[in-house]
Design a protein around this ligand. Structure first.
Ligand code: GCO
Ligand code: MG
Length: 402
């Protein structure tokens, strides 16, 4: 079998997605997600202008060799644009392999290690009362794990608080919106949210929280410590993680489990975090982490150091990436949890998929390959619309992490 052609599709069924389709000379095609929120078109160009011409004529079964060719062959290594492009190719090739062998991708990765994939949903509200109600709604929908975020008194907007009830979408049309931030207000507020949640719902539901890279290590240590009585499943992205050593300080002070890595794109972003056991969950997912081929290696390294996976699964990962994540999640031993932010109906119609939600779990389905398709005709109705993630400033105007 040979790769005959490949095409990049750009569409906006409620949000922008970049989808790669690889065609073979035997009529089988594979799909890959290449979406990089707010920087979508650069990955589309990387694929069409630089990667696709090198794929034609290659054997699509050679996932390892093609991965190494694209990684080592570019000379310029790593980075989100490169790794997202490589990931899209890798996903599409695994999809082709599964279809050609008539089996779901998870069977090629080791088979099922569990019956289903535990997921967490996103509850959020403008204040504690609203967030508490939303957590209740998610429990009513069957979720066993729920991330809780709430607006902060004195701040007009903050990360994780949606305009819509069920769908949280951080990117906004037009140029980047500006948010204002106060770490002190945040640190005073969050423990009250989790205290209220535990009093109301008890200990049976897993609760998670995302600090979205907004603290410095000693502040994260304080937050982790103050959340200990409420037994969080995890505290996510307490600090920006370029400085892996920064986690040593947090770790010395708190037993709240730590999750990190949705913006990582390679194993080297996490090696110290693993070898010094500074985190508990690694959040890198297929689309930004070099595909299934590279994520398998990251997860295997994590396994040695007692780190579990908790793959990113926000709405800016298309259903193709979600499917790939589920095949990966169900197959590895050191799976922890999978994030699941629901896509809108329009997105789901453009990407018909076999995976489904039931009783707090996602199931990849048993179609050959990844079990996702792309409705090109329907997608044409939704052309690309420029959108950006917000930027963040401290109250005095200093540029900060969003
Ligand atoms: C999460 C993330 C997202 C990101 C988004 C950026 O934990 O789901 O932090 O909400 O902000 O994916 O594109
Ligand atoms: Mg996050």
């Amino acid at each position: 079998m040979k790769i005959k052609d490949a095409k990049v599709f750009v569409s906006c069924p409620d949000r922008n997605f970049i989808t790669l389709k690889i065609y073979t000379d035997q009529g089988i095609y594979g799909l890959g997600d290449a979406t990089l929120n707010g920087r979508e078109l650069s990955v589309a160009s990387y694929l069409s202008d630089h990667v696709i011409p090198c794929l034609i004529g290659r054997d699509p079964f050679q996932t390892e060799d093609i991965w190494q060719y694209l990684y080592k062959g570019a000379y310029w290594r790593r980075g989100p644009v490169t790794m997202t492009a490589i990931a899209a190719v890798d996903m599409a090739l695994w999809d082709i392999k599964g279809k050609a062998l008539n089996t779901p991708v998870y069977n090629l990765l080791g088979g099922k290690s569990r019956t289903g994939v535990l997921v967490y949903g996103h509850a959020n509200g403008r204040d504690i009362a609203e967030t508490v109600d939303r957590v209740g709604e998610y429990m009513g929908l069957g979720y066993k794990a729920i991330r809780a975020q709430s607006g902060i008194p004195g701040l007009e907007s903050t990360y994780g608080v949606a305009k819509d009830k069920l769908f949280y979408e951080p990117a906004e049309k037009g140029l980047p919106p500006e948010n204002l931030w106060s770490t002190e207000k945040y640190l005073l507020h969050v423990p009250k949210l989790f205290e209220t949640l535990r009093v109301k719902y008890g200990e049976d539901v897993h609760l998670l929280h995302d600090a979205h890279h907004r603290l410095r290590p000693i502040e994260a240590a304080r937050l982790g410590k103050s959340l200990e009585p409420y037994h969080l499943f995890w505290l996510e992205d307490p600090v920006p993680a370029e400085l892996q050593e920064g986690f040593r300080l947090i770790r010395q002070h708190t037993t709240t489990p730590l999750a990190v890595g949705e913006v990582f794109n390679a194993i080297w972003d996490a090696n110290l975090l693993f070898t010094e056991q500074l985190v508990d969950y690694i959040r890198t997912t297929v689309v930004h982490g070099g595909g299934i081929t590279h994520l398998k290696k990251m997860a295997s390294m994590a396994e040695i150091y007692h780190v579990l996976t908790g793959c990113h699964g926000a709405t800016d990962l298309s259903p193709v990436a979600m499917a790939a994540a589920l095949h990966f999640d169900i197959s590895i031993n050191n799976f922890g949890i999978q994030e699941y932010m629901r896509h809108t109906d329009k997105t789901d119609e453009v990407f018909p998929h076999a995976y489904y939600f039931k009783d707090g779990m996602l199931y990849p389905g048993d179609q050959p390959g990844l079990g996702v398709d792309y409705d090109e005709k329907l997608a044409e109705k939704f052309p690309y619309e420029r959108a950006y993630l917000p930027v963040n400033r401290k109250l005095d105007g200093t540029m900060y992490n969003w």
